[in-house]
Design a binder for this molecule. Structure first.
Ligand code: ATP
Ligand code: MG
Length: 257
C-alpha cells in the first residue's frame, strides 16, 4: 500500500451559478520519505490539492488517503508551512519555535532544548531573543521551518514557502531544505511554480495544468540527493521539464528523463 494515495479526486466550486472544476480526476501515490513538488501555472489547483492532502479541504468525489485512512481534517502528525510564515509577532524566535511543542505538552526544559537544536539547524543561532519584526523575510521563513521541524512531523506540506523571497535568499533556503529533507528523511510535499526550484528539490515532480486542474505528467528527477544548479545534468533535466511544462496537450503524458 502506498503511504499517500489520491484516487480520482475531484473538486468543484460553484460561483454565481457557474461551476468550475478545480481538480479533475487527480490520482497520485507518494511513498514515505519522498520529496514531491507540485508544479504548475497559477490557478491549476496546486494549493487545492495540497490543502486536500493536508486536510484543510475535502474533495467532492474520489479519495485522499494517508496510511490507508481517509484525510478528513488536519492531523497533528503533519505540519503545513505557508508563504506568509504565520509567526506570532509578540513572541520571540525561541518562543515561536516552541509553539508546537507546547501544544504537544512537552516539558519546558525539553522544549527549550529541541527549539534551540532546530534554531541552530536553520542557521539562526544568536537570534533566539529577536521578535519577527526584527527579522528579514528569509529569517522569518527559517523560524517557520524550525517551528515545523521541531515537532518531528511525519509529513511537511509547503505552499510556495519561498515565493516572497529574493532570489539569493531563496537559493539559500532551497539549499537548507534540501539538506534537511535528505538528512531527516521527511516526506515533503512542496508547491511551486518555479521549474528550477522543483528540479533542485524534488524526487518526483507532479506537473499540473489548468482548466480543469489536472495532472499533466509525473516525472522522476534523475539527479542524486545533492544537486548542483550549474551542472550539465541539472540543466539538462531543467530543460526537459521546461519543454514538458510548455507542451500543449489535453492528455496525460508518460515521460522518463
Ligand atoms: N473558495 C473558492 N471558491 C471558488 N473558486 C476557488 C476557491 N478556491 C480556489 N478556487 C479556484 O480554484 C482554482 C485553483 O486554485 P488554487 O488556489 O488551487 O490554484 P494554484 O494552482 O494554487 O494557483 P497559484 O499558483 O496562483 O497559487 C482557481 O481557478 C481558483 O480561482
Ligand atoms: Mg496556490
Amino acid at each position: 500500500m502506498p503511504y499517500i494515495e489520491v484516487t480520482n479526486a475531484c473538486k468543484k466550486y460553484v460561483q454565481n451559478g457557474m461551476e468550475t472544476t478545480v481538480l479533475d480526476n487527480v490520482s497520485l501515490t507518494i511513498e514515505k520519505g519522498e520529496f514531491i513538488c507540485l508544479l504548475g501555472p497559477s490557478g491549476c489547483g496546486k494549493s487545492t490539492l495540497l490543502n486536500a492532502l493536508a486536510g484543510f479541504e475535502t474533495v467532492n468525489s474520489g479519495s485522499v488517503k494517508i496510511n490507508e485512512n481517509e484525510v478528513k481534517e488536519p492531523s497533528e502528525k503533519n505540519i503545513t508551512i505557508f508563504q506568509n510564515y504565520g509567526l506570532l509577532p509578540w513572541r520571540n524566535v525561541l518562543k515561536n519555535v516552541e509553539l508546537g511543542l507546547e501544544s504537544k505538552k512537552i516539558p519546558k526544559e525539553e522544549r527549550r532544548r529541541i527549539a534551540e537544536e532546530y534554531i541552530e539547524l536553520v542557521g539562526l543561532k544568536g537570534f533566539e531573543k529577536r521578535h519577527p519584526r526584527q527579522l528579514s523575510g528569509g529569517q522569518q521563513q527559517r523560524v517557520a521551518i524550525a517551528r515545523g521541524l521541531a515537532v518531528n512531523p511525519d509529513i511537511i506540506f509547503m505552499d510556495e514557502p519561498f515565493g516572497a523571497l529574493d532570489a539569493i535568499t531563496r537559493m539559500k533556503l532551497q539549499d537548507d531544505i534540501l539538506k534537511i529533507s535528505r538528512e531527516e528523511k521527511k516526506t515533503i510535499i512542496f508547491v511551486t511554480h518555479d521549474i528550477e526550484e522543483a528540479v533542485f528539490l524534488a524526487d518526483r515532480i507532479v506537473i499540473m495544468m489548468a482548466n480543469p486542474g489536472r495532472i499533466k505528467s509525473i516525472v522522476k528527477v534523475p539527479l542524486g540527493n545533492y544537486r548542483n544548479r550549474t551542472s550539465r545534468n541539472f540543466l539538462y533535466v531543467r530543460d526537459k521539464i521546461f519543454e514538458l511544462f510548455n507542451l500543449k496537450t489535453e492528455e496525460y503524458i508518460e515521460y522518463v528523463i
